[in-house]
Design a protein around this ligand. Structure first.
Ligand code: SF4
Ligand code: SF4
Length: 192
């Protein structure tokens, strides 16, 4: 079963299948998404500047040309669990960081198995709406990432310094883009 928590750029799509993921205990956290520019901006706008600076210092978040990479670590969380290579933020009970501190993809991505389990093919409304929300969010975040890339290249042609001032700027631009998003976010499907 799929549940939607529609909160604009902070929307979460949740599936009961994730608790018994066919991919193993770490589920899709074995392949964490990148924290792209717009994701970093979203985290900073949500009060996460110190979080990001601290995690960069600990090398859990690694600067790249498109934002930050979430480090992968190899470990098992219980003697009965397999050794897995997975996101550094994945723990025994799932993700250990607040939803506001994750890449947005972590919050709105669902695999194909969840849509099957959620009854999309039978027209189950929550699954159909989740598919629409997933597509709309992906499109808007991709558009924002392109906008961020352009502005960063123009302002820091040699690449930005990953300091507090740069992070604050990312947060400010994210707020600007979010406010200008119009129907891209306000028209996200909401379950009745
Ligand atoms: S979205 Fe799919 S792969 Fe990811 S944890 Fe849920 S069931 Fe597993
Ligand atoms: S941030 Fe959390 S939800 Fe995202 S990949 Fe890492 S452990 Fe999974």
């Amino acid at each position: 079963m799929i549940r939607l928590e529609v909160l604009g750029a902070h929307t979460q799509l949740l599936s009961t299948l994730c608790a018994k993921c066919p991919q193993g205990p770490a589920g899709c956290c074995k392949a964490p998404p990148e924290m792209d520019w717009s994701d970093v901006g979203r985290v900073i706008a949500g009060g996460g500047r110190d979080f990001v600076l601290a995690r960069i210092a600990k090398k859990e978040l690694i600067p790249t040309k498109r934002g930050l990479e979430l480090r992968r670590v190899k470990r098992r969380e219980a003697p009965t669990h397999p050794m897995e290579r997975k996101c550094v933020f994945h723990g025994p009970g799932g993700c250990t960081i607040d939803a506001a501190m994750r890449p947005a993809t972590c919050n709105y991505f669902l695999c194909e198995d969840t849509f099957i389990e959620g009854g999309e093919r039978k027209g189950e409304r929550s699954a159909v709406l989740a598919r629409q929300a997933h597509g709309a969010l992906r499109a808007v975040f991709e558009r924002w990432d392109a906008e961020f890339s352009e502005r960063i290249a123009a302002r820091w042609p040699e690449g930005p310094a990953w300091d507090a001032a740069f992070l604050d700027w990312l947060g400010e631009v994210f707020v600007e883009l979010e406010e200008a998003s119009g129907t891209a976010l306000s028209a996200l499907p909401v379950p009745a």
